[in-house]
Ligand binder design. Structure first.
Ligand code: ATP
Ligand code: MG
Length: 450
């Protein structure tokens, strides 16, 4: 299915550029793009749209899915916008549930698939008093369940490229803010004044950066300035929401580039406490490279692993004394480092023991004496610990080949493993250990400890 989508999309974006399609403001529905077709939109999504339309509710696909299809990417998910209220959507589908408070949505279920259906909302900014709208002291909107028309819904979206509505049944496109033109020009343009829009919701500034990195688009000048001006408001966002954003920023395939861009705007500090040494920079970079390539290879990725890796330099900072790790401080500092991170992004409880295991395994993987390796290899988190060891090794340019040793060791049967352990005890190896300077001795790579 993905190949089909790509082929279709390439054709789509070329045709768009060729025709330089613009939306028609007098009658936006005249812009008919009979290009998307239904072929690559999941049947379940089509069914939801059809049912809502049959009930008399105007309904469209909108947001990331349309943007991604038009830029030649495979959509991550399909968001539906409708004139039906959450209660009406809930009534239309037996397997559905209303979620959220600030932002009520309906989840419609089928087996393992969840499709999000959002009701058209009004732009709740501006000076008009509205009892359903609540703002905090910094101007941030904290509740916005004010239903509206399709036009209203369009206005409240963040960027023009995210405000293209498409009905796969009628193949009509609604593009009031020229999103299609901005896609052709590869530009992130704010809907409304970005200074105001980022003040209302500071998360929009990191969303702009995420889309620029993912799509390889330029940020419109006004958006750039607003990020510089309003970026510091991110400090007021709850750590739970920042954790959601953290996952979208770094676990969806473009983490390395996104982190670089965030750094350029000095916004990375609202997501992660970093230190300034170049080894630490390389570790973060290597971690993002690794996570991005796992994402594109459809391998599992978890926030737990990413957090463990990204916070490793912070942990070392706390416990490295005289070029070696102080073990007592190492264990004592784990909770402290996690608590510090929680000031920025939540770290859900279910990940904390996983993160600590990965850290602890870094010590264990350096300890190859006696029968230890045969025990460690049975540790339930061995694989994650080993994967992280490889990342550390590359980042710190270590030549001791500890990673290679473990790669070999885990592939052998018990007898082969015994032979490898015996080799470690051979007089020549022991002698070379003895000659090593203390800083090269157990635990950690010398560059990391410097
Ligand atoms: P992704 O590929 O990450 O899913 P997306 O654009 O679909 O990208 P979502 O968070 O799924 O992002 O949001 C769906 C749509 O809702 C967006 O395309 C945008 O139109 C709107 N939206 C989401 N968050 C905001 C926000 N903070 N302010 C304004 N509009 C938003
Ligand atoms: Mg989406």
């Amino acid at each position: 299915m993905s190949i089909r989508i790509l082929q279709l999309n390439l054709k789509t974006s070329k045709t768009l550029e060729k025709k330089n399609l613009k939306s028609n403001h007098e009658n936006p529905f005249q812009t008919e793009l009979n290009l998307l077709g239904q072929a690559h939109i999941p049947k379940f999504v089509l069914k939801i749209i059809r049912n809502l339309r049959d009930e008399g509710f105007e309904t469209y696909l909108v947001g990331g899915c349309i943007r991604d299809i038009l830029t030649g990417l495979k959509p991550k998910d399909f968001d539906i916008a409708t004139a039906a209220t959450p209660e009406e959507v809930r009534k239309t589908f037996k397997a559905s549930r209303i979620i959220g408070k600030r932002f009520k949505l309906v989840h419609v279920y089928q087996k393992n698939t969840i499709i999000e259906v959002a009701t058209f909302r009004k732009d709740v900014s501006g000076d008009n008093f509205d009892p359903d709208l609540v703002k905090d002291d910094a101007g941030k909107i904290i509740r916005d369940n004010v239903w509206g028309s399709l036009q209203d819904d369009c206005k409240r979206r963040d960027f023009s490229i995210n405000a293209i509505y498409y009905c796969p049944l009628t193949q009509k496109i609604f593009d009031e803010h020229n999103g299609i033109k901005d896609i052709a020009n590869k530009k992130i343009v704010s809907i409304g004044d970005p200074q105001k829009r980022f003040e209302e919701d500071p998360v929009r500034s990191i969303r702009a950066i995420r889309f620029a990195a993912k799509l390889n688009f330029k940020l419109d000048k006004a958006v750039k300035i607003a990020i510089y001006d309003k970026g510091m408001l991110l400090q007021h966002i709850s750590n739970a929401r920042m954790f959601d954003e953290f996952n979208k920023l770094f676990l969806t395939g473009w983490g390395e580039k996104t982190f670089q861009k965030l750094k350029n705007f000095d916004l990375h500090k609202y997501l992660l406490s970093t230190s300034k040494t170049s080894t630490h920079d390389r570790l973060l970079n290597q971690t993002f490279i690794n996570t991005d390539s796992r994402y594109h290879a459809d391998k599992s990725i978890t926030p737990g692993f990413l957090i463990a890796a990204l916070l490793w330099p912070k942990l070392l900072e706390k416990c490295v004394k005289d070029n070696s790790i102080n073990i007592r401080l190492f264990f004592r500092s784990m909770d402290h480092v996690l608590r510090e991170q929680q000031k920025r992004t939540a770290v859900p409880r279910k990940f904390s023991s996983y993160i600590k295991d990965i850290w602890y395994l870094q010590l264990k993987l350096s300890d190859r004496f006696r029968n230890n390796p045969k025990k460690i290899i049975k540790h339930p988190r061995f694989r994650a610990g080993y994967d992280f060891l490889l990342i550390r090794e590359i980042a710190s340019r270590d030549k001791s080949k500890l990673g290679v040793w473990w790669t070999k060791f885990q592939k052998l049967d018990s007898e082969g493993q015994d032979r490898m352990l015996k080799q470690l005890k051979s007089p020549s190896v022991l002698e070379s250990f003895r000659k090593q300077k203390p800083k090269d001795k157990p635990f950690g790579f010398s560059e990391e400890l410097g």
